[in-house]
Ligand binder design. Structure first.
Ligand code: SAM
Length: 283
């Protein structure tokens, strides 16, 4: 097996296949040899475990996952990488590459067909242009997965892993915490990729909860409240909720009072329970 994180090896493989990087597909390939083994280890890939990888690229992380897990299904959108993956990872009989857009894929069906009876985890160096949509799809679809270990931009990692109720928190913090327990694992410098992106990255793990930590009568309403609350960060909560939910100020003040939430508070100060209470009060 060639060292897939070696720049010389990557350049050689890619030039033989006439491959050029696509910026619009978020193609920044890992060239730091220490990152993938750590990610794979943290992901929970092991015997008895099936792994879904999103965007294998030339297979540098896939290679580590295949050595640890019983089975790996790698979903790659760029058709041009299929012959490359055939060359780099063809020796593994526990790997299946699926050529698809992960956002379009029926992951319930994939898990049922490919990983029946196995514990399933997700591990990926995510294409940054779809970080939040991918994470939210994995969580909102309520897939039978144990954990999601992903590389994302450093700022996104900090936002997702911020404490709910702290200054750094945002809609994505609250939404992710409704489904999972996030943890920032380690940082990765921009120079660890080819081509090098402008910003640093970090690896995070989301341990998926079996039940949400707060009781919500209607999840759609809960997420509508979260979205509205953070839609205008500089405004006080009552104003953001009023415009975001198209409700009169008097009604919003009434709801906040009923929930025991101060009228002049900002969204970033609210707890998960506060968001749930507001949603449960909406008629
Ligand atoms: N895993 C490789 C690595 O770490 O070197 C490549 C990671 S690169 C940041 C992101 C990968 O995701 C690319 O291979 C890209 O083609 C693929 N990709 C982009 N959009 C995708 C989508 N919607 N569905 C599946 N794969 C996608």
């Amino acid at each position: 097996m060639k060292r897939l994180s070696d720049i010389g090896t990557i350049k050689d493989i890619l030039s033989r296949h006439g491959f050029t990087f696509s910026k619009s597909l978020g193609q920044n390939f890992l060239i730091n040899p220490s990152v993938c083994p750590r990610m794979a280890e943290f992901s929970g890939a092991d015997s008895g475990v099936g792994v879904i990888e999103i965007g294998p690229g030339i297979g540098v992380l896939t290679n580590e996952l295949c050595q640890l897990a019983d089975k790996v299904v790698a979903v790659e959108l760029d058709k041009r990488l299929l012959p490359v993956l055939d060359e780099t990872l063809g020796e593994y009989d526990n790997l299946k590459v699926v050529n698809a857009d992960v956002l379009e894929l029926d992951l319930h069906k994939l898990i049922k067909e490919e990983f029946d009876g196995m514990e399933v985890v997700v591990c990926a160096n995510l294409p940054y242009y779809i970080t939040s949509p991918v994470i939210m799809k994995l969580l909102e679809d309520k897939l039978p997965i144990k954990a999601i270990t992903v590389m994302v931009q450093k700022e996104a990692a900090q936002r997702i892993c911020a404490e709910v109720g702290s200054r750094q928190s945002g809609a994505v913090t609250v939404s992710v915490n409704f489904y999972a327990k996030p943890e920032l694992l380690f940082g990765v410098s921009a120079g660890s990729f080819m081509p090098a992106p402008k910003v640093d990255s970090a690896v995070i793990r989301l341990d998926v909860l079996s039940n949400p930590p707060v009781k919500v009568e209607n999840e759609e309403k809960f997420f509508a409240v979260v979205k509205a609350a953070f839609s205008q960060r500089r405004k006080i909560l009552a104003n953001s909720l009023s415009s975001g939910l198209s409700l009169g100020k008097a009604e919003i003040f009434g709801i906040l009072q009923e929930c025991g939430i101060p009228e002049n508070i900002r969204a970033e100060k609210l707890s998960l329970q506060n968001f749930a209470d507001i949603a449960n009060c909406l008629r």
